[in-house]
Design a protein around this ligand. Sequence first.
Ligand SMILES: Nc1ncnc2c1ncn2[C@@H]1O[C@H](COP(=O)(O)O)[C@@H](OP(=O)(O)O)[C@H]1O
Ligand SMILES: [Mg+2]
Length: 263
Amino acid sequence: MPGVTAPTDDHEFAAWLAEQAGARLLEVRATSGLEGRELKDAGDAAAQALLAELLGIHRPHDAVLSEESAETHGDSGRLTASRVWIIDPLDGTREFSEPPRDDWAVHVALWSAGSLVAGAVAQPALGETFHTGRPPVVPGLGAGSHRAGLPPRIAVSRSRPPAFVTALADSLGAELVPMGSAGVKMMSVVRDVADGYVHAGGQYEWDSAAPVAVAAAAGLHTSRVDGSALVYNRADPYLPDVVVCRPELAGPILEFIERHGIE
Ligand SMILES: Nc1ncnc2c1ncn2[C@@H]1O[C@H](COP(=O)(O)O)[C@@H](OP(=O)(O)O)[C@H]1O
Ligand SMILES: [Mg+2]
């Protein structure tokens, strides 16, 4: 909280920030008495206000790109800044407004000199925070026999699954695992609840920056659907597609998309 000692290390600071906002969101959900649209708006606003305040106090010289701060979506100094916090104060807003669902998250990433250099994803209702300071250990990573004989699991949007992902799953003999929040879906691969997350058709840098930083630190594949690198802190923060998966699935997923496209 304001006035409390914050970690100096950027990885630990990202995790601390995400946890502070997560605690505030749990409080809003439990005590506001709001529902639906009003609960979504109250959550977005409370998490944004706290993160903006804490970043202003503890990292006053850094720039910010936040979903909930429209003035940061243009330049606002971030395009020439050496350090930019890319944050989504509440990812999976829809699921946040449907208690007791736990598939919503707080995303905090730090971009510097062209790369993501730290990131944290808090899943407050799960009591978990994943971060680059202590990269998560993905069960069975590098083991050829991981879930041998079982179908791969592809995490997909619960409310707007892209049609091509169904065709992809059929082709891979995979099953779809619907859930909310881009960060939760990427962390589901880290947690071995799913083996991959494939999305196209719309998203912004704040939806993927922090979870991609964590997933990459954990040794997972991260890219655009054409296999190219995810690039952050661009003038236009629209970043419509992403693939995060266990390394052994990257070839089959990217080959399917190259052959069949994303329509
Ligand atoms: N087609 C699209 N266009 C823009 N944003 C999208 C999108 N599909 C998903 N998103 C964003 O990605 C996040 C996860 O969505 P989903 O749960 O459907 O997978 C949501 O973030 P927010 O909850 O922060 O708005 C949502 O707004
Ligand atoms: Mg989001």
